[in-house]
Design a protein around this ligand. Structure first.
Ligand SMILES: [Zn+2]
Length: 287
């Protein structure tokens, strides 16, 4: 099976169109998106206005995925990320279920031929403003602090609701038998090429990924793992992939602001390649 993968498109329909076009030209079977699917929320708008705005954006994107299924037979799998409002989850689930060949995953599996895809959206405490999908990382980590600002109402996961480590190990332990396991988790694993961030210019890059995600991968060694969240890590580390034991893990991110990297992964051959990046003009920049 040939997968086309991108993350953190942040709602630009022209970029989705470019990705679909490139995926079709390269005969991908499945489009996979690792979260932060939708347009950025606006601080000047209310929570309900933002939720409506993201619903409309999601409708447009799901229509594109549905067309890709009709035109090319491509299936689409997506998860939410911390930029996608959690209160729209039910809406996303229903909209995907109504569309042909579109699958929303969260804490569950989708089996396609010999592959079992698992999806997981939560991130550990983050510096960005939306705190909607934050969870305590591991049983030893401090719990995220609620923020007493505009986004306070979005702090919707209570510390007592467990940790990322608990969730991902539980998810991976329930893998369907005799399938190649592919994890799609918005947060990249800690201490890899995939989780480097620069907080300030002039500072050395720091690893800010999830220890819980990494520990779960080390315990259950899925065949492959796809991540996002930290757009710049590939530029800082010089690589869009890394190995954790036998697991190949990816976070292609962005090539530069809002130019989304697209990769291909052949699950039979275990081969992967960076296609290039796609920007808001739908232009593809092959490497
Ligand atoms: Zn993002």
């Amino acid at each position: 099976m040939k997968l086309a993968y991108a993350d953190d498109v942040h709602g630009t329909t022209e970029i989705y169109e470019g990705i679909i076009e490139a995926a079709a030209a390269n005969e991908a079977d499945v489009l996979v998106f690792g979260g932060d699917m939708l347009l950025h929320t606006r601080r000047r708008s209310s929570i309900s206005e933002n939720a409506e705005m993201q619903k409309r954006n999601l409708d447009d994107i799901i229509a594109l995925f549905s067309e890709a299924n009709s035109a090319y037979g491509m299936e689409t799998i997506f998860i939410f990320g911390n930029g996608d409002m959690r209160i729209n989850e039910g809406y996303a689930h229903a909209a995907a279920a109504r569309a042909k060949g579109v699958h929303y995953l969260k804490n569950n599996y989708l089996v396609m031929k010999d592959i079992a895809f698992a999806g997981y959206p939560y991130v550990k405490s983050i510096l960005y403003s939306v705190r909607d999908w934050e969870k305590t990382d591991t049983p030893d980590s401090p719990s995220p602090e609620p923020k007493d600002e505009f986004m306070a109402g979005w702090y919707s996961v209570k510390p007592e609701e467990g940790t990322i480590y608990d969730d991902v190990t539980s998810l991976l332990s329930r893998a369907p038998p005799n399938k190649k396991l592919v994890l799609i988790a918005h947060s990249p694993p800690y201490g890899t090429n995939l989780d480097l961030s620069k907080i300030d210019d002039g500072e050395a890059p720091l690893h800010i990924g999830s220890k819980g995600v990494r520990m779960a991968i080390e315990e259950y060694h899925p065949f492959a793992a796809f991540h996002g969240h930290i757009h710049e890590s590939n530029q800082l580390s010089g690589s869009y992939f890394d190995l954790i034991g036998s697991t190949i893990a990816f976070n292609p991110g962005w090539a530069s602001p809002h130019r989304v990297n697209l990769i291909f992964f052949d699950t039979e051959k275990g081969m992967h390649s960076l296609f290039g990046c796609i920007d808001e003009y739908g232009v593809t920049h092959s490497t």
